[in-house]
Design a protein around this ligand. Structure first.
Ligand SMILES: NC(=O)C1=CN([C@@H]2O[C@H](COP(=O)(O)OP(=O)(O)OC[C@H]3O[C@@H](n4cnc5c(N)ncnc54)[C@H](O)[C@@H]3O)[C@@H](O)[C@H]2O)C=CC1
Ligand SMILES: O=C([O-])CC(=O)C(=O)O
Length: 331
């Protein structure tokens, strides 16, 4: 029997991530090749014409899985009965800015859209915040949508996770699909900590630790970390626009693994509400290693954190606490 369509909201759908993301969703990249979808697209009134153009292109693409398109500038209409909400709407940073520099513009959007989601979305809606500062926007959304379960509100650090996999693949010559279990800890910002201490490469001789295969701790503890931390800025410098296709692709990875489960023996990175695991302060949305099954994520427990890592986990937590205070002062 054919599955019932899932309603997927994309906010900021007339923007550049939106333009890359909606065809991926309509093709089944996010929810699988047998899952029909109805796309809900929200943008602001000045972008209404452009949003309608995206709707026209979706119709013209004749995607077999796409069972309907709602394109609107009315936030409540956009949120009505949605099962999944990918929150991309907001202002991107420009060259020379840190992600928290767009805080005052973006957190107020997340406060008001939290109320619309709470009022109109399906009760078990799963929310992924992409717009920056992603962790803190997700936190604000959580605080102002108290009836949405905390575990249903997440932010995107999968792009950073995928960037780390890509760097290890480039360095070692192994396929990116043969590298697994890197971790992004903390904030989606330049303080994030890309950690390879538990990562492995699948080689013809079996699984080997990334540290052994790379055999260059100086690179792993220095340029590797800063390259991943600064990759967003490097893309902005090169494109004069922020990452769009990689952000869209990673957003699909995030939701797909959350809904359909992570492969056995593999974890991914997701920004989720801290429960105090790994001595991370409670009450911030922090990126952890997680596995997913039956539509729920769980933080991977019991990983050894050495002194170098401890300092880095704490520094990115401190920044999130500072961002939380800054966000409240903007509201
Ligand atoms: N977490 C991550 O890994 C990444 C996050 N980002 C962030 O994603 C966001 C979107 O980036 P782009 O698509 O490049 O920007 P963009 O400027 O091309 O698109 C943003 C869209 O949001 C719309 N918008 C603004 N306020 C809105 C509101 N209140 N409701 C609905 N829509 C609204 C704008 O009209 C625009 O169409 C930015 O905040 C960017 O920094 C970008 C890349 C990666
Ligand atoms: O860096 C930015 O502003 C956009 C972004 O979040 C990323 O590419 O990681």
């Amino acid at each position: 029997m054919a599955k019932q369509p899932v309603r997927v909201l994309v906010t900021g759908a007339a923007g550049q991530i939106g333009y890359a993301l909606v065809p991926m969703i309509a093709r089944g990249v996010m929810l699988g090749p047998d899952q029909p979808v109805i796309l809900h697209m929200l943008d602001i009134p000045p972008a209404a014409e452009s949003l309608n153009g995206v709707k026209m292109e979706l119709i013209d693409s004749a995607f077999p899985l796409l069972k309907g398109v709602v394109a609107t500038t009315d936030v409540e209409e956009a949120c009505k009965d949605v099962n999944i909400a990918v929150m991309v709407g907001g202002f991107p940073r420009k060259e020379g800015m840190e992600r928290k520099d767009v805080m005052s513009k973006n957190v107020s959007i997340y406060k008001s859209q939290a109320s619309a989601l709470e009022k109109c979305a399906a009760k078990d809606v799963k929310v992924l915040v992409v717009a920056n500062p992603a962790n803190t926007n997700a936190l604000i959304l959580k605080e102002f949508a108290p009836s949405i379960p905390d575990k249903n509100i997440t932010c995107l650090t999968r792009l950073d996770h995928n960037r780390a996999l890509g760097q290890i693949s480039e360095r070692t010559g192994f396929q990116v699909s043969d590298v697994k279990n890197v971790i992004i800890w903390g904030n989606h910002s330049s303080t994030q900590y890309p950690d390879v201490n538990h990562a492995v490469v699948i080689t013809p001789k079996g699984e080997k630790p990334v540290r052994e295969v790379v055999n260059d701790d100086e690179w792993l503890n220095g340029p590797f970390i800063t390259t991943v931390q600064q990759r967003g800025a490097a893309i902005i410098k090169a494109r004069k626009l922020s990452s769009a296709l990689s952000a869209a692709s990673s957003a699909c990875d995030h939701i797909r693994d959350w809904v359909l489960g992570t492969p056995k023996g593999t974890w991914v990175s997701m920004g989720v509400l801290s429960d105090g695991s790994y001595k991370v302060p409670k009450g911030v949305i922090y990126s952890f290693p997680v596995t997913c099954a039956n539509g729920e994520w769980s933080i991977v427990q019991g990983l050894l954190i050495d002194g170098f890592s401890r300092t880095k986990l704490d520094a990115t937590a401190d920044e999130l606490i500072e961002e939380k205070e800054m966000a409240y002062s903007c509201l």
